[in-house]
Write a protein that binds this ligand. Sequence first.
Ligand SMILES: Cc1cc2nc3c(=O)[nH]c(=O)nc-3n(C[C@H](O)[C@H](O)[C@H](O)COP(=O)(O)O)c2cc1C
Length: 168
Amino acid sequence: MRYAYRLLHPRPALVVVAGHEKVNAMALAWHMPVEENKVAIAVDRENYTYELIERFKEFTLNVLSIDDAELIWKVGTTSGREMDKINEFRIELENGVKIKTPHMKNCLGYLECKVFEEVKLEEHSVFFAEIVYAKAKKFFKEVWLENARVAMHVGKRFFTTNSKYIEL
Ligand SMILES: Cc1cc2nc3c(=O)[nH]c(=O)nc-3n(C[C@H](O)[C@H](O)[C@H](O)COP(=O)(O)O)c2cc1C
C-alpha cells in the first residue's frame, strides 16, 4: 500500500513558486484540474512552501521541460527554510500578470492561482485555487505539442516525458 499512489504516476512534475519579497520554489507532482478554471494541489504542511501559500493565498504553477529535470529534483529535495533556492539554483523570475507572485522565466507555460479553500488531511493540505491567468510560452496549440517534452515524475529519481502521441 505504501506505493499505491505511484500507480498514478508518471505525472507532470511542476514547480510551484510562492511568496512575495522572499520567493521560494518547490517541485510538485500532486496536482489536478478540478474545473476548467480551478486546480487543486496537495502540499505537505512541513514544507516552507506551505507557509508561503497559507500567508499570501496565491502561487504559480510552472510547467518545465524534461531538460530541466535536474532543477526540478533540486527544488524538490531542498528547503527554502535552509537556503535561498532562487539564487542558489539561478532561477530567473518574471513578474506576475494578475497576482504578485512571480513565475519562472524559462518555463514552457505557467498558471497564476488564487487560493479559495484549504482542506487539511493528515500531512498534506489540499489547496483549491482559481486560475486567474495562464500562458503557454512555446510548443502549445490547444494541447502540448509532442516537442514540448513536458517533464513528468515517475517516482524516486526517475523522470520521463510524453512518448509518441496517438490520435483517436
Ligand atoms: C518530483 C517531485 C515531486 C514532488 N511533489 C510534491 C507534491 O506534490 N507535494 C509536496 O508537498 N511535496 C512534493 N515534493 C517534495 C517537495 O518538493 C520537497 O519536500 C521540497 O523540499 C519542499 O521545499 P520547501 O520546504 O522549500 O517548500 C516533490 C518532490 C519531487 C522531487
